[in-house]
Ligand binder design. Structure first.
Ligand code: AMP
Length: 112
């Protein structure tokens, strides 16, 4: 499958890894929009939030179990934001489910 993030998980494309376990991989966004900008992804390919179903939703739980450990390691003691973009109107550019974890400063109150 020609998927950028699958290639990152496979080590075919380099990334700045911050966390990995059996189900989840997390790495620094190449174009950070905050002092801390980490992408958290399932190792199994899911195209977007639209592709979450009863068979794979446990992976989403694994992602949200990993996030507290990731933000603790990143020193985000004062809060952070988790975002997933989905589809055309959501401006999703990489078609592998990913959660942006943003922090390290007071973030904008706007989300859209
Ligand atoms: P989205 O627009 O929500 O699909 O987010 C995709 C994100 O992937 C963007 O924030 C990009 O900066 C980021 N990105 C694209 N290519 C890479 C890469 N090779 N390594 C790390 N982050 C990347």
């Amino acid at each position: 499958m020609d998927c950028l993030f699958c290639k990152i998980i496979a080590g075919e494309i380099p990334s700045a890894k911050v966390f990995e376990n059996e189900w989840v991989y997390a790495f620094r966004d190449i174009a950070p929009q905050a002092p801390v900008h980490v992408l958290v992804i399932p190792k199994n390919h899911i195209a977007s939030a639209d592709g979450i179903n009863p068979e794979n939703s446990a992976l989403v739980a694994k992602i949200f179990e990993a996030i507290p450990a990731i933000v603790k390691a990143e020193g985000l003691t004062n809060g952070y934001r988790v975002i997933t973009n989905c589809g055309e109107d959501g401006c999703q550019s990489v078609k592998h489910l990913h959660f942006h974890v943003l922090g390290g400063k007071k973030l904008s109150e706007n989300m859209a």
